[in-house]
Design a protein. Structure first.
Length: 572
């Protein structure tokens, strides 16, 4: 995708039983508690962004950063539809949800990225880099591609990179642990030695190769300093960036109509060549039936996340192509380990034994497989060990040992819309609710929009929480640290599980010198989290896409940011 000389950026190679279950679980869901009000998540205090870096040499009016609006024909427009209720922000320093990351990755670029099926990172904004060991760790020196420009026409400079990363640290939102906790960065860790040279100093506990994978993620996107500084307020420009853009990518933000759609327009001066598709409309359609209708009528060109029933109906339609893609997502139930009765490890183990995984597999209908560990299949260290099957007697025995009375109530946060593999979150939540009822636990479902649920979950406000997770970078540490290291303020933190052994194993596995050592350490970590951690891991999905037959160049890449590169898509 990204050649060493940077000349071609962003180019990629192109039932009756289950129905009865759905009806039963749907009836159960109808009796669930009404949604509770979401507590406000505390906003971190941010330092003034002006302290992050000196002003850019060239000041640019903000209006120049966006392409002028123009009439675009339907033929030149790509309408991409999916459940996008998780969308919270379009600021690269804030976005940490699948839909937001996809949009950010279409507008902004990072120093490095990935090429499908190829090991290691490839150049993007950086055309080359050198790694040098030092007495205090290591130093990576990046040389920027001199051809790289922002949508304003101004060159991408090393000072823009400094400003972007320093601003992300100051904004201090959900993805920042990738910089501060995993990479050990402070604002003093990186600098611009000249306009085209950017340097990063890493502590000895951080692998340079892991770090290169980390900075392929959208958090490390480069924004144009002059444009963002001209529009910063108390929120360091985050609100402005939800309706404007300041990137170097193939598209610019035209409009975000909240809960409805995002419109991107092609960047006509894109340094990698203007995209074939002049406009992309990213449409929020959370209902499976409506997704099917949109692709059948041609109201959408591509839809994502179809269920088995919709896929079966669409098979054989000459105007539609169905495409399957194995994802690295994992669906799971999080359990807050400081809230009774979930603070007792025996209760968490009982919940894992209460779940009927065979029935979940029936609901998936081949669109996913049961995975009961924190690493997805396809990652180094994946064991394939599924130690749990439904055992009601054992689960009740564990609850009795923990002194938990029958009928104990637990709040259960469940998203609205579609879970991975095209299964309704509500159906999956009701299925788990029914399983817990068999062992005497009453799970009170509170179904919320994903964005609202995440605000509660990220403030440690959940008890049981049904959610999914995808790694931020294609290394086992991209899952191990969030799931097992409380200090990373990610998933272990959200479930308030601060376990010294899990934290130490995570660090050892990330820093091990050989693949063999890492595999052995991850096997130990996986087993420990399976039986001690705050999760009931459920399944890894297969994602189903439907494309109109005239679409070309579509590719889903689970390791890249974004997973779908709109600039590669065309129509015939």
């Amino acid at each position: 995708m990204y050649t060493p000389n940077g000349s071609t950026p962003r180019q990629k190679t192109p039932g009756f039983v289950w129905l009865t279950l759905i009806l039963v679980f749907g009836l159960l869901l109808g009796a669930c508690a009404a949604p509770a009000a979401a507590p406000a998540a505390a906003a971190p205090t941010a330092a003034p962004a002006a302290e992050a870096a000196a002003p850019a040499a060239t000041e640019v009016p903000a209006a120049e950063a966006a392409a002028p609006a123009e009439e675009v024909s339907r033929e030149d427009t790509l309408i991409y539809a999916k459940d996008a209720t998780d969308l919270i922000s379009l600021d690269p320093a804030v976005a940490y949800e699948f839909s937001g990351i996809q949009m950010v990755g279409s507008v902004y670029e990072t120093l490095v990225s990935f090429e499908p099926g190829q090991p290691g990172v490839k150049p993007l904004l950086a055309e080359s880099w050198e790694i040098a060991e030092t007495a205090d760790g290591s130093t990576i020196t990046f040389k920027l591609n001199p051809a790289a420009t922002f949508a304003s026409g101004n060159p991408v400079t090393a000072q823009d990179v400094v400003f972007s990363w320093a601003r992300a640290i100051d904004v201090n939102k959900s993805p920042i642990f990738l910089f501060t906790d995993i990479s050990g960065l402070t604002k003093e860790s990186f600098s611009a030695t000249d306009a085209s040279t950017f340097q990063v100093n890493l502590p000895p506990t951080v692998s340079p190769q892991v770090f290169l994978s980390i900075i392929s993620f959208s958090l490390a996107s480069v924004v144009e300093q002059a444009v963002v500084e001209a529009n910063m307020g108390d929120d360091l420009g985050s609100a402005w960036m939800n309706d404007n853009s300041a990137g170097s990518g193939p598209y610019v933000l035209n409009a975000w109509e909240r809960s409805v759609s995002i419109t991107l327009d092609a960047n006509p001066t894109y340094w990698g060549g203007a995209p074939a598709i002049k406009r992309v409309i990213f449409q929020n359609i959370p209902e499976l039936a409506n997704l099917q209708a949109a692709i059948e009528t041609g109201d959408a060109d591509i839809v994502e996340g179809l269920g088995p029933e919709q896929s079966s109906t669409l098979e054989g339609n000459p105007d539609i192509v169905l495409t399957l893609a194995t994802d690295t997502l994992l669906a799971y139930v999080g359990m807050n380990s400081t809230k009774a009765p979930l603070d007792n490890p025996d209760v968490r183990e009982a919940i894992r034994y209460a779940i009927n995984y065979d029935e979940i597999a029936l609901l998936l209908q081949g669109n996913g497989k049961i995975v009961q560990e924190i690493l997805p299949e396809g990652f180094l260290g994946f064991t394939g060990n599924n130690p749990f099957s439904q055992d009601i007697a054992k689960a009740k025995e564990l609850l009795a040992k923990a002194g938990v009375a029958e009928g104990t109530e637990i709040d259960f946060l469940v998203p609205t819309g579609l879970a991975p593999a095209g299964l309704e979150w509500g159906v999956l939540g009701a299925k788990i609710q029914a399983d817990l009822d068999l062992i005497g636990l009453k799970a009170n479902i509170q179904q919320l929009d994903t964005s609202e649920l995440l605000n509660i979950y990220r403030a440690q406000g959940g008890e049981l929480t049904l959610m999914n997770w995808g790694p931020d970078y294609p290394d086992p540490d991209g899952n191990a640290t969030p799931f097992a290291n409380w200090d990373a303020t990610s998933l272990a933190w959200r479930n308030d599980w601060n376990d010294a052994k899990a934290i130490e194993l995570t660090k050892q596995a990330a820093q091990a010198a050989t693949a063999e050592e890492r595999i052995a350490l991850y096997a130990e970590l996986v087993d420990y989290v399976q039986h001690n951690g705050p999760y009931a891991m459920l399944y890894q999905p297969v994602n189903t896409f439907a494309l109109r037959s005239n679409i070309t160049g579509f590719l889903f890449d689970s390791s890249d940011t974004p997973k779908i590169t709109f600039a590669n898509i065309g129509k015939k």
